[in-house]
Design a protein around this ligand. Structure first.
Ligand SMILES: CCCCCC/C=C\CCCCCCCC(=O)NCCO
Length: 587
């Protein structure tokens, strides 16, 4: 018994030491966390200020030499083809056209925050264009906006990630070079979501972009800044990029047009992508514009020999005028739902109306349903983008960064696979689409398994193409996103809503989106009618929220047109016929 006080004395001492150790460790960890965040905040602040300065510089220049309001309005109202001919004839000067678009871009930016920065040598380029530029060039003096991940000499391509701050490009991306060779004036860079792997448009560096039709709603992503600026009239043409719907979602949400070309048609040299090493479903640059005719012009420019000269890896496929000009009646498949998240009524109406229009033009419309896709989206698309490397690439890029809402779910890839499977099972009845995705968040990490996965992708591509051929289809029209632009606060949870766009990245077909209608009061009533849209799951309720109140009236809704690989010009033909017949009017 005499030892007891000594033992308790020792135990007390150990306890005190342990408490001290834990307290000191916690204090060190907190200090480190605080110091890291301070450093991060400083880095983000500095970058923001630098970018803001480029916008202020342009603003000052514009103040010195202001364009009369009427002249500005007149320029902004011109279609690309009229602008082209007036610039060629010398009736308009490139510097004035640039000024009009700079002013408008800065003006809309105040409301929707679509710009990351201004390209400050645009003025010089426009002046040179007026003085010595070859006026026969297709884009002579036309201002063009570029998504932030597209290389412009001297500018960072952050992709919304802090790790990429302070790494300016030493040369223009091939696409930037081609556009410049054809006389275009790159003048602004546009916002993206963090890592560009979501349909949101916000990141810790540049903040959040709003939809020009309703600022509470998202412009979509990842080329959200492009969609927003074109939809708002601050740019006439632009370039985005697409690995799972990124030029098509913003087009549908903002009321503009976009084309996702076949992988390999246009160069992506000089683009920043997060998942560069994953070459099975790879990002592509995609033209975006106010109308289909402008997409045609951009596609023509991007199919010029300059493209193959600058990027020798591309097949030298010239612009296929015969496909664009073809007049034979087409066999077109159609569907409204791909088997994943169900479309809200206005989206189905958009496809039905497009179908009717094409039938009235004499085409044959046949029902189509992408084979087996409710399973394959999760297994092959999510499984490739996220599951194959168990989220490691993406996590490494956001390490030490603030995490944006659109990427919150990547933390789940840290969970063991058995727990993800259990979670997937637990939510399978309430959220079947999300459940299937979660089950593929983390695949077995051996190379052998990746090879097996690639075989599955190839087999699905063959199966899908066979299905298409067996119906003798020329094209397909279908929904883009299953809802109009959701509210900004909701879109981060709706990644699975991109399934029907991601399908055409998975099978690598050409696909474009154009606006065909806007939400009406009747669509609002239909969204609130449980017989038409039961909204059984929480994700379905978020889709419904995008169009179930009167303030959603007027939001644009697009449809997707699809053609076989490397038949972009046929896709543009269908889009153009649809556009002419539906007569959609933007803002
Ligand atoms: C189901 C929720 C998943 C959350 C984690 C997000 C990570 C990966 C999923 C893939 C999302 C693909 C979006 C594609 C957007 C796009 O096309 N980006 C173009 C980049 O050039």
């Amino acid at each position: 018994m005499p030892e007891l006080p000594a033992i308790s004395g020792i135990a007390g001492g150990v306890r005190r030491k342990a408490v001290t150790l834990v307290t000191v460790s916690c204090a060190i960890l907190m200090a480190r966390w605080y110091w890291r965040n301070r450093q991060l905040d400083k880095k983000l602040d500095k970058k923001r200020k630098q970018c803001l300065q480029t916008l202020e510089k342009v603003e000052k220049e514009l103040q010195k030499n202001k364009l009369p309001a009427r002249q500005k309005e007149a320029i902004l109202s011109l279609s690309l083809s009229t602008l082209q001919s007036k610039l060629r004839s010398g009736e308009l000067k490139a510097v004035d056209v640039l000024r009009a678009y700079q002013e408008q871009a800065l003006k809309v930016n105040v409301k929707i925050n679509c710009l990351t920065e201004a390209i400050t040598d645009a003025q010089e380029l426009a002046a040179a264009c007026d003085e010595t530029g070859d006026k026969t060039r297709l884009l002579h003096g036309i201002p063009v906006s570029l998504k932030e991940n597209i290389g412009v000499k001297g500018y960072d391509r952050t992709g919304g990630l802090q790790i990429n701050i302070g790494v300016p490009c030493d040369k223009d991306a091939v696409i930037t070079q081609v556009l410049k060779r054809h006389g275009a004036i790159p003048f602004v860079r546009t916002n993206i979501p963090q890592a560009m792997l979501s349909y949101t448009c916000s990141n810790p560096i540049f903040g959040s972009t709003a939809n020009p039709h309703n600022v509470l709603h998202t412009p979509g992503g990842s080329s959200g800044g492009e969609g927003a600026i074109i939809g708002a009239g601050g740019s006439i043409i632009g370039i985005g990029s697409d690995v799972g719907g990124s030029v098509r979602v913003p087009a549908s949400f903002c009321g503009c047009c976009s084309l996702k070309p076949t992988l390999g048609r246009f160069s992506k040299m000089g683009f920043y992508t997060v998942t560069k090493g994953q070459t099975q479903i790879s990002g592509v640059p995609g033209p975006m514009a106010r109308d289909v005719d402008s997409l045609v012009v951009l596609t023509r420019v991007l199919s010029s020999p300059d493209m193959f000269e600058l990027d020798a890896s591309l097949p030298p496929l010239p612009f296929q005028q015969q496909l664009l000009n073809s007049t034979h009646r087409l066999r077109i498949g159609y569907y409204t739902w791909d088997g994943n998240l169900p479309p809200v009524p206005v989206v189905s109406r958009a496809v039905r109306e497009a179908k009717k229009v094409l039938e009235d033009l004499g085409h044959t419309l046949v029902e189509f349903s992408p084979i087996d896709y409710s399973q394959k989206f999760a297994e092959l698309f999510i499984g490739t983008m996220l599951g194959a490397d168990q989220g490691q690439t993406l996590r490494s890029k956001v390490k030490g960064d603030y995490l944006d809402g659109g990427l919150k779910l990547i933390k789940m890839t840290l969970l063991p696979r058995w727990l993800l499977s259990l979670l997937a099972k637990m939510i399978s009845l309430k959220e079947p689409v999300l459940s299937r995705a979660v089950a593929h968040f983390k695949k077995e990490g051996r190379t052998y398994n990746w090879f097996c996965h690639v075989v599955k992708i190839q087999e699905y591509r063959e199966k899908f193409t066979e299905q298409w051929k067996s119906l003798d289809l020329d094209a397909v029209i279908c929904s883009a996103f299953p809802s109009p632009a959701p509210r900004t606060c909701d879109v981060g949870r709706l990644t699975t809503g991109g399934s029907n766009l991601a399908l055409y990245n998975l099978v690598n077909f050409a696909a474009g989106v154009l606006p065909v209608t806007k939400v009406t009061s009747q669509d609002v009533a239909d969204a609130n009618n449980p017989a038409l849209f039961p909204a059984r799951t929480s994700l379905e309720r978020l889709l419904k929220k995008s169009c179930d109140t009167e303030d959603c009236v007027g939001l644009p809704v697009g449809v997707q047109c699809v053609t076989l690989p490397f038949k972009e010009e046929l896709c543009l033909r269908v889009m153009r016929e649809l556009e002419t017949a539906v007569n959609y009017r933007g803002l």
